[in-house]
Design a protein around this ligand. Sequence first.
Ligand SMILES: Cc1ncc(COP(=O)(O)O)c(C=O)c1O
Length: 367
Amino acid sequence: MRNALIFNPHVASLPPYNAGMNIAVARQAAGRDDIARLASNENPEGCSPAVMKALASPEFQPSRYADPACAALRAALGRRLGLADAEIVAGNGSEELIAAVARAFLVPGDRVATVVPSFGLHEIEPLAAGAGVVKVPMTPAFGFDLDALEQAIAAAPRIVFLSSPWNPVGPALDGPALTRLLRAVRPGTLFVLDEAYFEFADPGSVDALALLRASPVPHVVLRTFSKAYGLAGLRVGYALCSDAEIARVVAAAKTPFNVNAAAQIAAVAALDDEAWMKASVERLRRERIRTAAALARLGLRVAESQTNFLFFEARGDSAELAAALLRRGIIVKAWREPGYERFVRATIGTPGDNDCLIAALGELARR
Ligand SMILES: Cc1ncc(COP(=O)(O)O)c(C=O)c1O
């Protein structure tokens, strides 16, 4: 009977998503309970106390379906960003919105352009929709290859997916670079700028949303509450669309009750306490600068970062380094995209986590 089943071939052949190791698995593998979780770019400081307070209030009713339109959250975001509510779509994490954008725009045979190394879903979701994906490699100096990207964009793919600041590498597009890429966009292309690490970008860096909105290019900007706001476990992100028609079709491509009640309440409370988020980001930024300097002193080549993680080149295969770190109680992400297997991405954790990482890398370097 089973042999008679026909899978969707685009889905059945997908590469696996390289998720950070689960804590229970890591504890078992390391044989210890104290694990530094540096593989998933979470906020090690947790979230605003206002979130926990809101979740403990009678407003949170687990027995009721949540608002499928996420009206309160979208209105709060609209007020904050000066956008119409109708241009905003909330998602079960921004990952759901990547899937929804792919479902809304792609048909089998379409082409998508992105970068490599890449955030896995920028490739996986287009592949699931039957599209082909063109990946522009980073430069040897860990930068965006603007010439090659300009060419790939000018070839008029159906969608361009770029993250800036760039996961997994770290740098952000500056104003002139973004302007240049936008000028290369041809009619029929949707430009998706994934700003999952937006809040970590250097003070004074380009306002990409304003730049995109001032351009004629149809676009979607993706952001999330998972990183700086510390709500990764609740799953809520949002899409800022250049017009209400794009938002309508992206919303049509999501599941109806996609953002649960706890996530909607938590996201509104988190947004209201921006001061907590900004103070946390500043502490993490200082830790990132300190950790990057320590890794450089160990002789490691580390990419410039405007995020809450560092991307660096291991001396051999990154999986071996990740396994050696795991034995010392540290989970990092070994990059597995072909051609990039020597690279590791490590999230900035608590000062104690970062000290453990620096000490372990130092010990391994001396071997
Ligand atoms: C670039 C980028 N986009 C999207 C996501 C998805 O985040 P979430 O679904 O938690 O909002 C991540 C998570 O790591 C990311 O790094």
